[in-house]
Design a protein around this ligand. Structure first.
Ligand code: NAP
Length: 285
């Protein structure tokens, strides 16, 4: 039995004022193998118990399997959790968005997705996707909508279509080794009041063994994964969604909320992982 304690998870405000936990749980690669299902459900429940009450999923993950895992994890405690899911770009026509959302709701056995995202840009005009999202908000099936993997030019185009500026979030790849967005996308989002949700904050586990993070981690009696998370979380208005199907990882990740990097450590990190000095295309995983 773990003696891990719930840790205060600060919130970030969406443009409509909705408060969203700054640290959530990802689910990519969950729901792919029935043998791992109980472990995955357990890990997500543990995350909720410890205060990581945002869960990020997508119809793509396990082709619906991850949403089913989420449905099981939030059973009986839906009110505690902020649920994020995503629609495939090829499903994001005006009517397709609605049909995809209804399938996701059924898989998660809930009547509302708190935040529904376009997973990446695809064949359907943005104006149509936004129309579909608007209908879903009106019907109460989603609370807010947003986008994922949108670079600065995509965000500007989105803001030029009717109601496109109602976008609540942009979910993008961001971690200490992938700082490209700091040059242009992050400042654009900040000045337009759009929070960023950082995916792969531990670089799919690779930062957990990064030799350059070990010294800073040891000084805090922490781990490199926690330093990587603290780097993301110390950016104002940033949400991070590490995925962990291992309960010990969940506990480690939640404790990253209490890790404060010192000024000289920021300097060291900036020297080891330099901020961008020119625009780079948005990276995706
Ligand atoms: P990640 O969260 O950076 O890394 C996940 C990996 O790190 C897993 O293998 C996990 O292992 C391991 N891990 C977690 N915590 C750890 C710790 N404290 N110490 C050591 N290893 C640890 O990568 P990700 O899954 O790519 O990204 C997170 C979430 O973002 C996804 O799950 C998904 O929800 C979302 N995402 C969105 C997009 C998009 O296009 N919008 C793309 C990628 C990801 P265990 O599972 O064994 O614990």
């Amino acid at each position: 039995m773990s003696d891990a304690r719930k840790i205060l998870n600060p919130t970030v405000s969406l443009p409509d004022g909705t408060a969203v936990p700054t640290l959530g749980a990802g689910t990519w690669n969950m729901g792919e193998n029935a043998r791992h299902r109980a472990t995955e459900v357990d890990a997500l429940r543990h995350a909720i118990d410890l205060g990581m009450t945002l869960i990020d999923t997508a119809e793509m993950y396990g082709e619906g399997g991850a949403e089913e895992v989420v449905g099981e994890a939030i059973k009986g405690r839906r009110h505690e959790v902020f649920v994020v899911s995503k629609v495939y770009p090829h499903n994001a026509s005006r009517d397709g968005v609605i049909a995809a959302c209804e399938r996701s709701l059924r898989r998660m056995r809930t009547d509302r997705i708190d935040l529904f995202l376009l997973h990446w840009r695809g064949p359907h005009p943005l104006a149509e996707t936004v129309e579909g999202f608007k209908t879903l908000v009106k019907q109460g099936k989603i609370g807010n909508w947003g986008v994922s993997n949108f670079d600065t030019a995509d965000m500007k185009e989105l803001f030029s279509v009717p109601h496109g500026d109602r976008c609540a979030i942009n979910q993008v790849l961001y971690n200490i080794g992938r700082r490209g967005i700091e040059y242009d996308l992050m400042p654009w989002c900040v000045s337009n009041g759009i929070p960023i949700m950082a995916y792969s904050p531990i670089e799919q586990g690779r930062l957990a063994n990064h030799p350059d993070l070990i010294a800073i981690a040891s000084a805090h009696n922490a781990t490199p994964a926690q330093v990587a998370l603290a780097f993301v979380l110390q950016h104002f208005g940033m949400i991070a969604i590490p995925k962990a199907s291992n309960k010990a990882h969940v506990e480690e990740n939640v404790r990253a909320l209490t890790l404060r990097l010192l000024d000289d450590e920021w300097q060291k990190l900036n020297a080891l992982f330099p901020a961008p000095t020119e625009a780079r295309p948005l990276e995706m995983l």
